[in-house]
Design a protein around this ligand. Sequence first.
Ligand SMILES: Cc1cc2nc3c(=O)[nH]c(=O)nc-3n(C[C@H](O)[C@H](O)[C@H](O)COP(=O)(O)OP(=O)(O)OC[C@H]3O[C@@H](n4cnc5c(N)ncnc54)[C@H](O)[C@@H]3O)c2cc1C
Length: 383
Amino acid sequence: MISVFSNREDCYGCSACQHICPQSAIGMNPDEEGFLYPNINEDLCVDCGRCTEICPVTHKGNYKKNDMPRFYVARHKSQEVLWQSTSGGAFTAISDVILRQNGVIYGADYDEDFHVLHQRAETPEKRDRMRISKYVQSDMGDTYIQIKADLQEGRMVLFTGTPCQAAGLRGFMGTSPLMDHLFICDLICHSIPSPLIWEEYKQLLERENGGKLVSVQFRSKKDGWSRANSNKGFLFTTDKSPEIQEDDRFYQLFFKVGAITRPSCSQCPFTDIHRVSDLTIADYWGIEKYSPEWFDPLGVSVIIVNSPKGADLFDQCQQELHSEERPKEESLNEQKRLREPSQIPENRSLFWENYRRSGFGYVIGKKNKKHEEDEALCFGRAD
Ligand SMILES: Cc1cc2nc3c(=O)[nH]c(=O)nc-3n(C[C@H](O)[C@H](O)[C@H](O)COP(=O)(O)OP(=O)(O)OC[C@H]3O[C@@H](n4cnc5c(N)ncnc54)[C@H](O)[C@@H]3O)c2cc1C
């Protein structure tokens, strides 16, 4: 029987295989780190090979475009939008173009328990919930199927997500003429953390602060937008606590320790300027050096235009955006994920062994301890 992947590093969990399967023989199940992987039901599988044919790992070229991308600095004209966005509000400007044409937006949202999952929005209110980066791999559910159904009904669709999810969508859609009305916008993506560790972290915050989480924001702009502040803006409230700003321990595990990201991120083929999407958005890190007049403490975006369709969509955003073309070297210098994948620490397995043996409280480290100590602790070297 066919197998969709051989090593865990070879599966991004995009779920395209699940939805392309004509026999509905593939389910997505979490592994012991909480990441979803395809699981084939042998009784249903007819070995047709569609799953591996369209998989972004095995597909030659990974669906990346060959066009030469163009780089823009951009900032939303509305202060309110900037305040409510991670970077310079590029996502809101781009999605507004689609909403104005009665289109549909897909992006990452929370459910009532703050699980991260892809959702569908037809209104600005529902779209607004997709704002702000959620540093957890989102569950795609049946997003690809819903997108196809919307396109078949003649709706214009904007999909936003990580590059691997964008590649999964391209694999699922193939060369369908429906693609003409599908716009894909991906993020420059550092790597993607485990939903299981996020679950543990939420429970820890509830235990430490009492009550149930009622709001969460990974990247608030309370102290302004800057690279230095990007790991200090984690805000949350419970129904028994006021707003709390954490010197985010989850963020430390993600960015500094790097032990909680999906294994496939270390081999990510999408960490270059040839993208799978029509547009790519991210923080314009370093803009204060290259062109200080563009710096805004409320956030600045880089928008990479990857295709003629992307260029057309970007043109239509101009009533909402201030923007200017910039040399690609600026983003190449500042964005490591346009050059290489994230490194998985050598002792990653030690982190997970410690987690299984001693629990989450042990690996996350003690509150208010120095991060170096947290790091040592989570790898089991501090005691
Ligand atoms: C896991 C992750 C890693 C990132 N790594 C980098 C990086 O290395 N460098 C960099 O400059 N920028 C990175 N970003 C992108 C950046 O944080 C902003 O999301 C981006 O600049 C958009 O900001 P905005 O102001 O235009 O939009 P916002 O209004 O903040 O919109 C957020 C957008 O991100 C999408 N999104 C949020 N969470 C997820 C998720 N978990 N999975 C898929 N899509 C999601 C939403 O669907 C929406 O389209 C990352 C984002 C994520 C989620």
